[in-house]
Each structure stands twice: as structure tokens, then as C-alpha cells.
Design a protein around this ligand. Structure first.
Ligand code: FEO
Length: 409
């Protein structure tokens, strides 16, 4: 059963597949309401274009829908906006069934295509401004990379004012009624999807929104979840708001934020954290604050990390390791843009004191700038050592404010 074939416009139809039972997507996302793999078919007076395919296991539904709308020999173009397997799973089979069809992908997708299909296949590259014609339908391509893979692109169907946005504006939300005005309330899924998929790529979201702005958009056709036809500008506005600089809502123009995250068993790492924060806060233009990881929820960690220009993490060493909340904090970074943030680590220890070094290494992999060595103090910090902590905080803050330093290699 493939259900009804939904029409998005004149001769534009949904031919994707629904996956109501999926509960985890891409390992990192919970999908309480399932999801869908959206693909679309555009028929013009001079042939057919297929927009994306579906996850391989759902190929049957895709092909059944497609066969209700066209013959394979009518397909002139296959457009893949994004090559992740949930959208390219039926590509190989489709190319075999429609060998005359021209495959269109972005330039960055070329290597991925080879890696996915393990064979050479002919394709055409689409950059911003390239158009294809189906007679009375014209499709224009837009380069919108890193949303959320390097290969991603979008396209715009002029005659119907439809934006095919790839994963942008998607939701993991299964509802066969398909259109945003007919499905249940998916607003939580729309935001959750943005936060987990698009948030690390805010600058690219803003670039894509700038490109979309030139078009009158009557309907947004994303690769997952509801098709957005009720005032699409509302959804664009949400993305605009969410992709602003994390500090845009704060009245701190010209200032920077430094956050000290710590955990402490016997108040020694706490004492270090206090002095580091004081030292950092004394630097002109820097707002420094400290946060006890013992009672910070993950969402708060993500929000605080996002707005911080500098992040200093402190942990005691317990059984040769940093404490779990410190690792949990750093595990939030893949949800964020990390490049350019200044980082540093510290901690009090009893025996071996590896924790600050281990956290330092991890932050290096996460692309923090780490201009100072980890600060380690054995057990209770002396007054002299507390002065070192203050100087440490000051140094990190000054560097975050723009002081030039030689980075350690
Ligand atoms: Fe929906 Fe990034 O694949």
C-alpha cells in the first residue's frame, strides 16, 4: 500500500516513503513520531524530473508511487540534493530503470557518489544559477553546502514557486497527511531537527537564507517531514531567528563571554575555578561566569557553550580520568560551531592529575584554540597557586579579547 499520491502543485507530486516506526535517526536523534524520506516528481511538457530518492529499505514504496505517475523512459533528470543514504538509497536502482536520465548533483557530492555507489556513473554538476528546463517547468539550482553535509544543495521550481530545500526545514515527523496544515503539531520536531542537524552550521544556514530570499516561495518541500505550504515565510523566519549569533539577544555589544565549567570533590577545583573566573572577569570587555557541572542540564550546557567566546573546563582527576560531566560537556560540542573558540583546562588532583591534559587533548580535536597549557595544582591550592589561577584566567580572557600569542603546536 502506498496510500494517496499527494500533489504539491500542478504536476508536482510526493513520491517519498513513510517510516512510522523509526525511533532513532543517525544515532544522535530521537524520532518519537517516526519520519519520512521525501522525494518528489515534477512533470513538465518535455519530460519528468525526479527529486531525490529514499532509504533503500523503502524503495518499493518509492517506485510504486513513481510508476503511478510516469514511465521510466519519460525521466529526463534525477536530482539529488543530498547524498546521505536516506535519500540516495534507491538511486542505483532508479538509474538502472531509467538509464537515459541525467543525474544532477553538487560539485561537492562527486566523491561521495563514487564512495556510495562503488562504480562510475555519469552526472552533471549544478552550481548556483544553473537551470534545467522541462518545457513548461524550469528548475534553478542553489548551492547551499554544509546543511548538513558538504554536498547539500537546494532548487527552486519557478512556475510553481516551490523550494526543494534538501534537509533544510525538515522534521522527523511521520504523518501521511503530509501538509503542515493537515498534520498534527510538529513544531517540537521542527525545532529539535534544527537544533541537532542545522545548529552547528549556522553561518551556512544564514547563507542559504540569503539565497532563498530572491525567490517568491509558496511552498517548501524538504526531505523529511511535513511539506510547508502555510505561510512558508514563518518557517524561514524561525530559521533566521535560530541562526542568529548566540549573543544577538543579549545587550552586550562589544563584549565577550568566558565560561568556566568545573566539578569539585573537596572544593579545591572550585577554589581554582573562582580565582580563574575573577582573573578573567577583570579583563576589560570580558564577562566571565562559572558553572558547576554537577547540576547543569545538557540543554543549558549547549546554550552556554554556544554563547561563549572562551571555555575553560576544570575537573579533578579520579582514577586517572576526568569526571563524566566534563566529558558530557564536551560531548555537546558536535551540536555547535566550535572553530575559533578559545579553550583551556585546569584541575586539582591528589595523585596523578591527568584530567586537565586529557580534556585539553579532546578540546584540541574539537578545534578549540588552546593557547595555554593545562593548569594543575596538587590538592589544596596555596595563596601563591591561587594567584597563578587568577593570572591563568586573565591570560585566557586577554587572548579571547584579541591579544596575540604564539599557539603551542
Ligand atoms: Fe536526511 Fe542528511 O539526510
Amino acid at each position: 500500500m502506498v496510500g494517496k499520491i499527494a500533489a504539491l502543485g500542478e504536476n508536482v507530486h510526493f513520491i517519498g516513503a513513510f517510516d512510522p516506526m523509526i525511533r532513532t535517526f543517525d544515532i544522535i536523534m530521537k524520532t518519537a513520531n517516526g519520519s519520512s524520506y521525501n522525494s518528489y516528481l515534477v512533470r513538465g511538457s518535455e519530460g519528468v524530473c525526479v527529486m531525490d530518492t529514499v532509504k533503500k529499505e523503502f524503495s518499493d514504496h518509492f517506485f510504486k508511487r513513481l510508476e503511478l505517475l510516469c514511465e521510466y523512459e519519460e525521466i529526463r533528470y534525477i536530482v539529488l540534493h543530498h547524498l546521505e543514504p536516506d535519500h540516495s538509497g534507491a538511486l542505483d536502482e532508479l538509474m538502472q530503470r531509467a538509464p537515459q536520465a541525467k543525474l544532477i548533483i553538487s560539485g561537492r557530492a562527486v566523491m561521495m557518489l563514487k564512495a556510495l555507489l562503488k562504480k562510475d556513473i555519469e552526472f552533471e554538476i549544478a552550481n548556483t544559477g544553473k537551470t534545467i528546463s522541462l518545457g513548461d517547468k524550469t528548475i534553478e539550482f542553489l548551492s547551499t553546502p554544509f546543511l548538513h553535509w558538504p554536498d547539500t544543495m537546494s532548487s527552486y521550481l519557478h512556475e510553481d514557486q516551490i523550494l526543494f530545500s534538501g534537509d533544510v526545514f525538515g522534521s522527523h515527523y511521520y504523518d501521511e497527511r503530509l501538509f503542515d496544515d493537515e498534520v498534527g503539531d510538529f513544531s517540537y520536531a521542527f525545532k529539535y531537527y534544527y537544533q541537532h542537524i542545522m545548529r552547528p552550521f549556522k553561518q551556512y544556514v544564514r547563507q542559504a537564507l540569503d539565497l532563498y530570499q530572491q525567490f517568491d516561495i509558496s511552498l517548501i518541500a524538504p526531505l523529511h517531514g511535513p511539506v510547508l505550504r502555510t505561510n512558508p515565510q514563518n518557517y524561514i523566519n524561525k530559521y533566521e531567528l535560530w541562526s542568529q549569533d548566540a549573543k544577538a539577544h543579549k545587550n552586550i555589544e562589544g563584549k565577550k563571554i568566558l565560561s568556566v565549567f568545573y566539578m569539585s570533590s573537596y572544593d579545591n577545583t572550585l577554589a581554582m575555578a573562582e580565582k580563574i573566573t575573577q582573573g578573567a572577569d577583570a579583563v576589560a570587555g570580558m564577562i566571565a561566569s562559572m558553572y558547576d557541572l554537577a547540576s547543569l542540564e545538557e540543554q543549558n550546557m549547549i546554550d552556554l557553550l554556544e554563547e561563549s567566546d572562551a571555555v575553560i573546563v576544570g575537573s579533578p582527576t579520579i582514577n586517572g580520568d576526568a569526571v563524566k560531566p566534563a566529558w558530557d560537556l564536551l560531548a555537546c560540542m558536535p551540536y555547535l560551531e566550535s572553530a575559533g573558540k578559545v579553550g583551556a583546562t585546569f584541575g586539582s588532583y591528589g595523585w596523578t592529575g591527568e584530567a586537565p591534559d586529557m580534556l585539553h587533548d579532546r578540546m584540541q580535536w574539537l578545534k578549540f584554540r588552546l593557547p595555554v597549557s593545562p593548569l594543575k595544582i596538587k590538592l589544596i591550592p596555596t595563596d601563591e597557586e591561587l594567584k597563578l589561577c587568577e593570572a591563568f584566567g586573565r591570560e585566557v580572557a586577554e587572548i579571547a579579547m584579541g591579544k596575540m600569542v604564539e599557539l603551542e603546536l
